[in-house]
Ligand binder design. Structure first.
Ligand SMILES: NC(=O)C1=CN([C@@H]2O[C@H](COP(=O)(O)OP(=O)(O)OC[C@H]3O[C@@H](n4cnc5c(N)ncnc54)[C@H](OP(=O)(O)O)[C@@H]3O)[C@@H](O)[C@H]2O)[C@H](O)CC1
Ligand SMILES: [K+]
Length: 501
């Protein structure tokens, strides 16, 4: 897991590394700048490109000066630096780097408060104006400069953080932020990079290691964690000889209506592919032929209109409810019936979430450790409207603790909130997966993992990762525009095999 820290914690981690490694703060800046330059050169190897580095007078600006010096050493000749003097203050490391810069033949121009902005002819702008030290929205000269640079529509590469973007906390829709094509960030993505509000302000980010003390970073016990491949490899268990279908559990999915039977087919199919020993789906009779032809491995319990189905509750290791279920009185009666009779962790998705939203008292009846898998709109229906993702994140943390459930908030970086108050960001998936039915697949996968005796938390983290990884494996190598949910399900065994090899 990569702990995701707040700006304050990053500052403390700097100080800890400086005193314990030990390394001087200017050498830590040198190390960070070197890491930036080596990544920058991979993306922009053409040394004849025109580059302007805009530097503030804090440590982000100090990085900018060190970066420009290093690029010059590497033979980038069409380089110039613009230092903005909008503040009377400058950090020591900025001053040291300005001093180191002065004997170079690289043009350096200072932009004063209230001054005019010089013409900008470079193709690439390195944004080293402000970084993680941002403590208020941009205004005055900074805001004017950033607006000016934004309208030039250059290729902006931000150092650590795009100027004006807070690393955590609410991002105002009105905020002026320097739009980056690429952010090369130090040590870890900043929490806001993983929330949709950063989308309009940055196309992509890459984190470079600057050697902050890892034991210290882990000891901060941050509630925000980024899931990495190694974490999932640790969770997934290989299959053993002499195991049989009974070893891998019996999953029941309660899903589907005549017009939304596809959801039931997709989630039960995903459950089979993700390895449940047995999968049964409870559907209306109208779906039986489709089920038998789509996925012969799945068994059925038929649900009559207006009648509760006969379910042998003890037979099932786990129940997943909701995809395509509908929100009518029958669906509600069925959900109530399940909550009254089944007391092990269950998975609640789609229509069942909307029923919970309109019958909030049922939320309290969810067995401890249950899993709900809302997308943003379902989440807000359940827990109230949110005007920023940061606020939504805080509700996610609070509700998972309060209800003692796992909440999987589906998004680009799907976030799982767990009963112990942690928020885990997933690192797989891509935009080709944005299509109807993809959530049904996730429900099937998570249900299958709980059936196989993974803890609910493990099932969420691994399920979300596998789902996204299957989509990545399918879409990324060929830059596919779209991948279909059924393809993602069928890819799961290969993805698990690769992770357990
Ligand atoms: N471990 C690491 O990640 C390392 C990061 N490094 C780099 O350091 C910056 C952070 O540097 P810092 O000096 O703390 O802050 P900034 O350069 O981002 O900002 C400088 C000062 O600007 C003022 N400020 C804040 N917000 C605004 C604003 N909206 N308008 C104008 N001015 C603003 C603020 O000072 P005040 O006294 O005015 O409050 C800031 O202190 C990090 O991003 C990395 O690039 C190190 O190089 C190595 C380790
Ligand atoms: K910056």
């Amino acid at each position: 897991m990569l702990p995701l820290l707040t700006a304050q914690q990053i500052h403390e981690a700097d100080a800890y590394t400086i005193s314990h490694e030990p390394v001087t703060s200017v050498n830590l800046m040198e190390r960070a700048s070197k890491a930036f330059v080596s990544r920058f050169m991979q993306h922009f190897p053409d040394k004849a490109q025109t580059i302007s580095a805009y530097c503030g007078s804090g440590n982000n600006g100090g990085d900018g000066l060190a970066i420009a010096r290093m690029l010059n050493e590497h033979g980038y000749r069409q380089l110039n630096v613009k230092v903005v003097r909008f503040s009377d203050k400058a950090t020591d490391d900025f001053n040291t780097n300005l001093h180191r810069f002065q004997h170079l033949s690289v043009p350096l121009l200072e932009i004063e408060k209230g001054g005019n902005f010089p013409p900008e002819d470079s193709a690439i702008i390195i944004d080293a104006l402000l970084g993680s030290g941002l403590n208020k929205p941009l205004s005055g000269d900074y805001e004017q400069l950033v607006k000016h640079l934004n309208q030039l529509e250059k290729t902006v590469v931000a150092v650590d953080v795009p100027t004006g973007l807070p690393t955590e906390g609410a991002v105002s829709k009105e905020a002026t932020i320097l739009k980056a094509k690429l952010v090369i960030t130090f040590q870890q993505p900043k929490i806001n990079f993983l929330l949709p509000e950063s989308g309009p302000h940055m196309e992509s980010w890459e984190a470079v290691d600057i050697g902050l003390d890892d034991t210290y970073l882990q000891s901060l016990n941050s509630p925000y964690q980024l899931i990495e491949k190694g974490d999932i490899k640790t969770i997934l268990k290989p299959r053993h000889k002499f195991s049989n279908k009974g070893t891998y559990g019996h999953a029941l999915l309660v899903a589907g209506q005549a017009k939304t039977m596809g959801a039931a087919l997709l989630c039960s199919s995903a459950c089979v592919y993700a390895g449940a020993g047995l999968t049964t789906v409870c559907i209306p009779e109208s779906g039986l032929t489709a089920l038998n032809s789509y996925q012969a491995e799945v068994m059925a319990i038929i649900r009559e209109q207006d009648q509760l189905p006969e379910i042998e509750w003890d037979k099932f290791s786990v129940i997943g409810v909701g995809p395509g279920l509908g929100k009518d009185d029958n669906a509600l009666a069925l959900l109530k019936n399940i909550l009254a009779n089944y007391h092990k962790p269950m998975i609640i998705d789609a229509d069942a979430l909307n029923l919970l939203a309109t019958h909030q008292e049922l939320l309290q009846q969810l067995p401890k450790g249950s899993i709900v898998t809302p997308h943003m709109k379902e989440f807000d229906r359940l827990f109230g409207e949110h005007d920023t993702w940061w606020n939504r994140l805080q509700t996610l943390k609070q509700k998972a603790q309060e209800l003692q459930i796992n909440i999987v908030l589906k998004n680009d970086y799907t976030i799982t909130g767990t009963p112990d108050g942690k928020l885990y960001f997933n690192s797989t998936s891509n935009a080709a997966m944005a299509s109807g039915g993809m959530g049904d697949i996730l429900t099937g996968i998570i249900t299958a993992l709980v059936a196989q005796k993974y803890t609910p938390e493990q099932a969420c983290l691994a399920g979300v990762y596998l789902h996204g990884k299957a989509g990545d494996v399918l879409a990324l190598p060929n830059q596919l525009h779209v991948v279909l949910p059924g393809q993602v399900a069928a890819k799961i065994p290969a993805v698990i095999a690769q992770l357990t090899a």
